[in-house]
Design a binder for this molecule. Sequence first.
Ligand code: AMP
Ligand code: ZN
Length: 462
Amino acid sequence: MKIYNTLTRKKEEYVSVDGKPAVRIYSCGPTVYNFAHIGNMRTYVFMDLLRRSFKYAGYKVKGVMNITDVGHLLSDGDDGEDKMQKAAKEQQKSPYEIAEFYTGVFFEDLKKLNIERPELTPKATEHIQIMLDFVKELVAKGYAYETSDGIYFDITKAADYGKLSGAKLEDQQAGARVEVNGEKRHPADFAVWKKAPKEHIMQWESPWGMGYPGWHIECSAMSKKYLGEYFDIHTGGVDHIPIHHENEIAQSEALSGKIPAKYWMHGEFMQVNGGKMSKSLGNTYTISQLEQMGYSAMVFRYFCLNAHYRKKLNFTFEGMDGAKVSYERLCKLIVAHKNGTNAISSEEIENYKKQFKDCIEDDLNIPAALGVLWTMLKCAPSKDVYKTAIEFDKVFALSLDKAEDNIPKVQAPQEVIDLAEKMQAARLVKDYATADALRAQIDGMGFMVLNTKDGYQLKSKN
Ligand code: AMP
Ligand code: ZN
């Protein structure tokens, strides 16, 4: 299995930290103060493809994804209002209610998109103590210091800070976006713990009075607790490279002497009409909104699968229309193979399987793997092709085993219905030769008969 490592800027052969055929993955999870948008969901589809590809290749997977229910500060820097607190104020609910609601919606979206829920999904608010312990140790060892508003990590003490993004320490100015805090030793020093003003709703006791954790400390503390000081893969979106992951590395390395993960993988962004996706531009959509517009979650997943995870993906409705047409055609072909009666040699099938595996083991080349599937489906309808496609779907997770449900219903002409009725009658008396002949006749007229629990359904082939 080859994967691209942001840390070394190379595609590398995967070898787990402990040498076993296993992979321990930490994925930065959602901040649950709002609905996740389709850009966020692209990053989780990437996480899912990674998990599924490793499983397909025979590895045991343990995944951890945090749920940020503390809220992190508004900007990537340390100042600004807390996201959870802001949402709570606007919606007049407690931050806990806000978090619970949006966490539920998030898990629903994962389910709709066939994204496997990682084995562990710890909430930040349930891990404040381990974060505090982490901060205390940083202070004790001289890596963090106290100011009037919090505890800051001293990045000049970090081992070559900036190694993930390649940024130089001198360039790390917390200038433009963040008000410079005069008490900080270096402008890019970041808060690991903030002292809470009275009006701050979420706050916990600490040796420095009431306060709350910084965002980066959350991932460092939880990954350490559940995966250890040195695990296999850390994932996130590309926006995490320059600050969040750089800071995670600095803190974790300060305590353990090790960069916490061996491989760092990042999903590229989804754009809208070639530009940034953002709430203020009004161009973010949720999975539910897409569904209301007639695009199923599977169509969206199919749309995502057509771009490599390290390439930007431009979201447009034309693109979604194209994905919808292709996905329906894919489902029709799958059904045709399910009912197929042609033979295909086992060498041919093995050859497709090999090509498929080569694609996914080449840094998750899912678009190419889809190409293998499409080529295979061009064969004369055969049950062996169907079985192989269902096996490939362990990675794609496009619900191909329920392909029938994804083909839109159409009104068939009476002539076709009459033939289908005759076919049903023949099946009932187990006259399969007649039934098959009728099926072929219906097929010739551009329709297919799908057997269902209570009879049959007619669907258009095209
Ligand atoms: P957040 O809830 O803001 O922390 O974001 C959740 C995840 O979505 C993070 O891994 C981000 O890197 C990722 N993300 C945010 N915006 C986009 C986007 N436009 N395209 C892809 N991933 C994104
Ligand atoms: Zn994180």
